[in-house]
Every structure is written in C-alpha cells, then in structure tokens.
Ligand binder design. Structure first.
Ligand code: UD1
Ligand code: CA
Length: 459
C-alpha cells in the first residue's frame, strides 16, 4: 500500500473570528475544531500526521498532544507557504499527502476515505474535494475547462464576476502525490490580491505540467463548511449537533427535542436512554441503557449506570452507578462515586465523596470529602464540615448509619457502622458503631410562660 501522510493547516490567527482564542481552538459541540479534524484524519491509516502551527502554537500543541507532529509557520504567508513548512519531513517521501484546513470541523473520515479512493483510482497527482454551494461566497471557486477537467482554483478576492457566479467550491481539502506537491510548491508565487502563497495554485501548476488533476465532489456541502467567523461557527455547531443527535436516535436513543439537546461528539449512549430538553452531555461521558437524563441536566466526563435518572442537575467527572436517582437540582462535583440505588435529591451537593450502594441524601445537604458506606441515610440539612480555612478533612460514615436532620459532622470524624446521630447534632468526636450520639443542648419547657407573657399590658 502507498504511504499516506496528512498535513493540517492551523497556523492562522483567524482575524475574522474577532477573538482572543485562536480560531482552530474554538469548540464545536464542545470539541476544538482542529481536534475534530485530527480525529477524523486518524480514522485513515496514516504514516504521519503533521500540523502546521503558528498563532497560538503552544495552545494548539497542548490540545492535540501526541496525536500529531508539529511544524511552525513563523509568518502566515498563505496556505501554500504553510504546507511548505512540512518540506523537511515530507518532501522526499513517496506516497499520498492529504491536506486539510483546521477550520473545517464537519469533514468526516468517510469522505476523506472516498477522496483518497478517488485519487488512487484516477491515478491523479492532485485531487480536490469540492462541493456545490448554494452560497459560494468566501470560498475559492473551481474552474473547469471545456472538457469538464479541473484547471485551477480562483480565490473569491481574485475572481471575476463570471467566476464568482460558479457554485462549485474548493473545500480546502486535497490529496496530492507527495513529491509532486512539494515540487509544485516551489513555483507558487504571491502575485495575487492578498499577496499570499496560495496552496490551490499548485493545481494550476501541475495542470500546466500536463499532470492528471481530479476532483471529487462531496454531495453534502455541510461537510465542507469552513469556519472563518462566528456566524459560520454557529452554523457548524447546529450541523454537528444535528449529526450527533441523529446518530444516537438511529441507535435507539430517544431525544425528545433534538434542537435543544447538546451532545458532545465522544459521548456514548446506550439503547433506550431518554434525553429530555436542555440537556448538555460533554467530554467522555458514558450513559448506559435505560437511563433518563434531563430535562436541563449538564453532565461532563461522567459514567452513568443503567436505568439511573438525572433530572435538572449538574454532574462532573464522577461515576454514577445503576438505578441511581439524582435531582432535581443536585450538584455532583468532581471525583465523586455513587454506588447502585443511591439517591441524591434536591439541593444536595456532593464533592469528592463516595456513596455505597443504597445510600441516600434526599434533601438539602453538603457532602464533601466524605466516604459514605452502603445503606446510609443522611437526613435533610446534613453538612460535612470539611474545611477549616486551610485544609480539607475527611468524614467517614460507615454502613447503615443514620444521620438525623440538620446535623453538622465536623471533620475529621467517623460515624461508626449502624450508629445514629440525633437530629440537630454537631458531631466533633467519633461515634462508635451502633451508638446513638446526641450533641445539642437539652430542651427546657417553661409551663404557662406564653400566657403570662401575653397578659402583660403594653403602655
Ligand atoms: C481557503 C482556500 C479556499 C477554500 C477555503 C475552504 C486558500 C488560498 N484558499 O480559504 O480556496 O475555498 O479555504 O474553507 O487556500 N493557514 C495557515 N497559514 C497561513 C494561512 C492559513 O496555517 O499562512 C490555515 C488557517 O489557520 C486555516 C486554513 O489554513 O485553518 C485555511 O486558511 P483560511 O485563511 O481560513 O483560508 P480561506 O480564506 O478560508
Ligand atoms: Ca477558512
């Protein structure tokens, strides 16, 4: 098989975004655009993937990590100049190089594969991925000769009125014979309106050398959407959202209102899960079958077990077992772990805490830095007092303990197995297993006091 390389162009600042964040790092459905591109390229079998970085180089490298090699384009002199930065690594290699812009997040691995197959079967030196655009504004136009063969690409700013009327656009994705690419790049000039070295000029150069140039037109324009400004960003977001939601629905997930459901590209959802409106599922979240999520829940980097219910709640970086009930209005903060059949009810905050199977905190509690055993009942208004202004301390509540309402557990402290804490207690010493601890002042009743008080005449 021929060697395959990929070059991702990601050095531009993205002036048209008017943003402090570098363009290719703007997220679409929670994932930076350039990461979408790299993830799709990685579905192909590549010998090497190189990203051209410039503006925000460090940030782009932090994002992509080891998934790519990097070359730096010090000055942004155009897309042709950008590819040329990979010359030292690629120029003498035999094989095919795919070039993709870092601002086309909707491009799929399937389309890239079709482009490669087309390139191979046509034995072309260059194959352009083109699309038919209803509104071709801003894109390079594909100029075909009388015989229908691609002759060159003209940028919007360099195009005549007649050329601007052409609706076949350059998606900015190409396959090249690698050696032909780097030879042709030597001859690209910056003699154009923008004074830039245009990568698409390679097409005309190769054509003039009588090489075979081909084009593969993708039927789905949306894949070629290039994001140059925030209007296009929101279009990309909508299209990506529709694509993701449709994939889940076809796989057996009920999404009541897909226009108001936001699911990240890497989220996994089991069969017969129901997702209600206003739900945001992000990161590496996994939702197992029969779970019910939403309305209005935000879950990031969590595992949610079978048949669990998360209503109007927020959960981050935590593990939630099976048949767990969360919400409405609960907050599961990072590094928490809830066993099976747990209940975390309204206005309960859980932080860096583990709950064993069947434990419940049904109302109005803060459980932070805590280990809660199984079968524990935490009464309304219970607070783990975990912080003294300097350090955090651990609260341990052992299996089957019962914490009465409105109790403060001042950490570090342990409530032993099966123990009871009386309502309204402030516990600052360990409670032995099976004990009852009462830590509140005794109640005094003054008989007849109220009647006497009310009978005192006011002046
Ligand atoms: C480019 C194409 C255009 C095509 C469109 C598709 C050129 C000259 N034009 O235009 O034909 O229709 O994409 O979306 O290629 N970049 C660098 N270094 C540079 C310049 C750009 O790395 O010096 C990167 C940018 O970060 C971006 C990508 O290349 O990810 C494309 O650059 P951009 O300025 O967005 O090109 P377009 O004007 O959209
Ligand atoms: Ca662009």
């Amino acid at each position: 098989m021929t060697n395959r390389y990929a070059v991702v162009l990601a050095a531009g600042q993205g002036t048209r975004m008017k943003s402090k964040l570098y363009k290719v790092l703007h997220p679409v459905c929670g994932k930076p655009m350039v990461q979408h591109v790299v993830d799709q390229l990685n579905t192909l079998e590549l010998n090497e993937l190189i990203t051209v970085v410039g503006f925000g180089a460090e940030k782009v490298q932090d994002q992509l990590g080891d998934a790519s090699h990097y070359v730096v384009q010090e000055e942004q002199l155009g897309t042709g100049h950008a590819v040329l930065q990979a010359e030292d690594i690629l120029a003498d290699k035999e094989g095919t190089t795919v070039v993709v812009c870092g601002d086309t997040p909707l491009l799929t691995g399937e389309t890239l594969q079709k482009l490669l197959d087309h390139h191979d079967s046509e034995q072309a030196k260059a194959t352009i991925l083109t699309a038919h655009a209803d509104d071709p504004n801003g894109y390079g136009r594909v100029i075909r000769g009388g015989n229908g063969q691609v002759e060159r690409i003209v940028e919007q700013k360099d195009a005549s009125d007649e050329e601007q009327a052409i609706q076949e656009i350059n998606t900015g994705t190409y396959c090249f014979d690698n050696q032909a690419l780097f030879q042709a790049l030597q001859n690209v000039s910056n003699d154009n309106v923008q004074g830039e070295y245009y990568l698409p000029d390679v097409v005309e150069i190769l054509k003039n050398e009588s090489e075979t140039i081909s084009a593969y037109q993708t039927p789905d324009f949306s894949e070629s959407l290039g994001v140059n400004d925030r209007v296009a960003l929101s279009k990309a977001e909508t299209l990506m959202k529709e694509r993701i939601n449709e994939r889940h629905m076809r796989a057996g997930v009920t999404i009541q209102d897909p226009t108001n459901t936001y699911i990240g590209p890497d989220v996994k959802i089991g069969q017969d899960v129901s997702v209600y409106p206003g739900t945001v599922l992000e990161g590496e979240t996994v939702i197992e079958e029969d779970a019910v999520i939403g309305p209005h829940s935000t879950i990031k980097d969590c595992f949610v077990g079978k048949a669990s219910v998360v209503k109007q709640s927020v959960a981050t970086n935590s593990r939630i077992g099976e048949r767990v009930q969360i919400g409405p209005f609960a907050h599961i903060r990072p590094e928490s772990s809830l066993g099976d059949d747990v209940k975390v009810g309204n206005f309960v905050e859980v932080k860096k805490a583990s709950f064993g199977d069947g434990s419940k905190a049904s109302h109005l509690s803060y459980i932070g830095d805590a280990e809660v055993g199984s079968g524990v009942n935490i009464g309304c208004g219970t607070i783990t007092v975990n912080y003294d202004g300097h350090n955090k301390f651990l609260t341990s509540i052992e299996d089957d303990a019962f914490i009465g309402c409105n109790s403060n557990l001042i950490a570090p402290v342990t409530v032993g197995k099966g123990a009871y804490v009386a309502a309204g207690s402030t516990i600052n010493k360990d409670v032995p297993a099976e004990a009852l601890s009462i830590a509140r002042s005794r109640q005094t009743n003054k008989e007849g006091y109220a009647t006497k008080f009310k009978s005192i005449k006011k002046d």
